[in-house]
Design a protein around this ligand. Structure first.
Ligand code: NDP
Ligand code: HSE
Length: 436
């Protein structure tokens, strides 16, 4: 049934929920002008309705009972902004079964339960908007699902976690300690409720699972993504990277080729002159290489109240337009039927260039021993740095390699880590750069 106004309820009045309410209330007239019909925010639910928030609300709009939104026959769109799997999943399924369209920013939920939720939404002829689930304010879901519909995507990679990019930037530019930079990111509203999701690469993997599914039409494959975070990155590695002409970024990478898909998230050394290397602080960027358009790069704020609210608002407006024009279901789920049985490349088969840092005792022969083991595993060294000379003491020994296979790298490092002249385990950072 076509409607002349659309009514919205928000569950979760935290960082993003407040931003969405701010746009709906403060830009009410402007939105009506742009959409041609009113969008009415009728209820907001949160556990804590007493907390002071910097926003003026109409009387009686707040409730501490999400069911008042889920069961309200007047509400057309439920916006889930509480995060986490439970009870968010139950709220979304209840909303769908009650005939309400849903907007969510919850990548943790979609990456783990998305296929099921999309199927329930489809069965019930309900729209599910999730623009804010990947790359915050960058409208990347719309780009991949709609704008690039005439393309076959080959590669998509990006900086898609604002918190870890903020931390790495602060550590690189201002020599701020990891824990201090994380505290700042939390205070700015960038981090997840559990910030280990940000710094251990899990949040990036959640987003990559969604992005890869949209890009390649594969099932959401979060559990198959190789994931490594930024917690082991030290100022020493940041300095060595800089000396070698690189920056370290947490990169989420998806590539399609030879009938298989490669999915990985890890700290990555990128040449300083690449555009993406200069994406700093909370900014995100997504690079896409597709057959028709070629290479394209999308840049913007990846987290925070208003950038994320901007993405949520775009879903609310799209769904509201579909409701008022009777075109609900125009675009569904991941935008194409899922291709089953696509092989996800095993981590052992990944080919990359590598940065290794060893703590080696400065004695004659150590370099040739390490080089010998690498050579025996088909790993060819591109350059070596060993500056400090402290006889009989462990000093950092840095090596950059040409392209090598992950399986060979692991086998070689297992042997090198056991050498009596080497102390501790090697630090490994993959390098994403074209070979000269
Ligand atoms: P917040 O923690 O700031 O807000 C969540 C709010 O939901 C809190 O006020 C919380 O209350 C409330 N809440 C929790 N459980 C319930 C419940 N059962 N019923 C009603 N309210 C509840 O999170 P964010 O706003 O940062 O994030 C929301 C979602 O958006 C998450 O999925 C997140 O991953 C996603 N997101 C966040 C971005 C950001 O920059 N912050 C960017 C992109 C996506 P209490 O605090 O008392 O638990
Ligand atoms: N915690 C996430 C980040 C929020 O820092 O990118 C945006 O998804």
């Amino acid at each position: 049934m076509k409607k002349s106004q659309v009514t919205v309820g928000i569950i979760g009045f935290g960082t993003v929920g407040t931003g969405v309410a701010r746009i709906l209330l403060e830009k009410k007239d402007e939105l009506k002008r742009r959409l041609g019909f009113p969008l009415v925010l009728s209820k907001i639910a949160d556990i804590d309705i007493k907390k002071k928030r910097d926003i003026k609300l109409p009387k009686g709009i707040l409730t501490n009972n999400a069911n008042e939104i889920l069961d309200d026959p007047e509400i057309d769109i439920v916006v889930e902004l509480i995060g986490g799997v439970h009870p968010a999943k139950d709220f979304i399924i209840k909303a769908i079964k009650n005939g309400k369209h849903v907007v969510t920013a919850n990548k943790a939920l979609l990456a783990t339960e998305g296929s099921n939720i999309f199927a329930i939404a489809k069965k019930n002829k309900i729209e599910l908007g999730f623009e804010a689930s990947v790359a915050g304010g960058i409208p990347i879901i719309k780009v991949v699902r709609e704008a690039l519909v005439g393309n076959r995507i080959k590669t998509v990679y990006g900086i898609i976690n604002g918190t870890s990019n903020y931390i790495l930037t602060k550590m690189t530019e201002e020599k701020v300690e990891f824990s201090q930079a994380l505290k700042e990111a939390q205070a700015l509203g960038y981090a997840e409720a559990d910030p280990t999701f940000d710094v251990e690469g899990i949040d990036s993997a959640h987003k990559l699972a969604i992005l890869a599914s949209l890009s390649f039409g594969i099932p959401i494959s979060f559990s198959k993504i190789y994931t490594e975070g930024i917690t082991k990155i030290t100022p020493l590695d940041i300095d060595f990277a800089s000396e070698l002409g690189y920056k370290i970024k947490l990169l989420a990478i998806a590539k399609q080729g030879n009938g298989e898909v490669e999915l990985r998230v890890h700290p990555t050394m990128l040449p300083k002159e690449y555009l993406i290397s200069n994406v700093d602080r909370v900014f995100n960027a997504v690079y896409i290489d597709a057959d028709a358009v070629g290479a394209s790069l999308y840049y913007g704020r990846g987290a925070g109240e208003m950038p994320t609210a901007s993405a949520v608002m775009s879903d609310i407006a799209d769904i509201a337009r579909n409701i008022t024009t009777g075109s609900v279901g125009r675009i569904q789920g991941i935008g194409m039927p899922e291709k089953p049985n696509v092989r996800i490349k095993h981590t052992d088969d990944i080919v990359s260039r590598y940065y290794f840092r060893f703590w080696a005792i400065d004695k004659p022969g150590v370099l040739s021993k390490i080089a010998g083991i690498l050579g025996a595993h088909n790993i060819s060294i591109e350059s070596v740095i060993q500056k400090v000379r402290k006889k009989e003491k462990a000093v950092p020994l840095v090596m950059m390699t040409h392209e090598a296979r992950e399986r060979d790298v692991r086998a070689a490092l297992k042997k090198i880590d056991k050498l009596p002249l080497v102390s501790g385990k090697a630090t490994v950072i993959r390098v994403e750069a074209r070979e000269e």
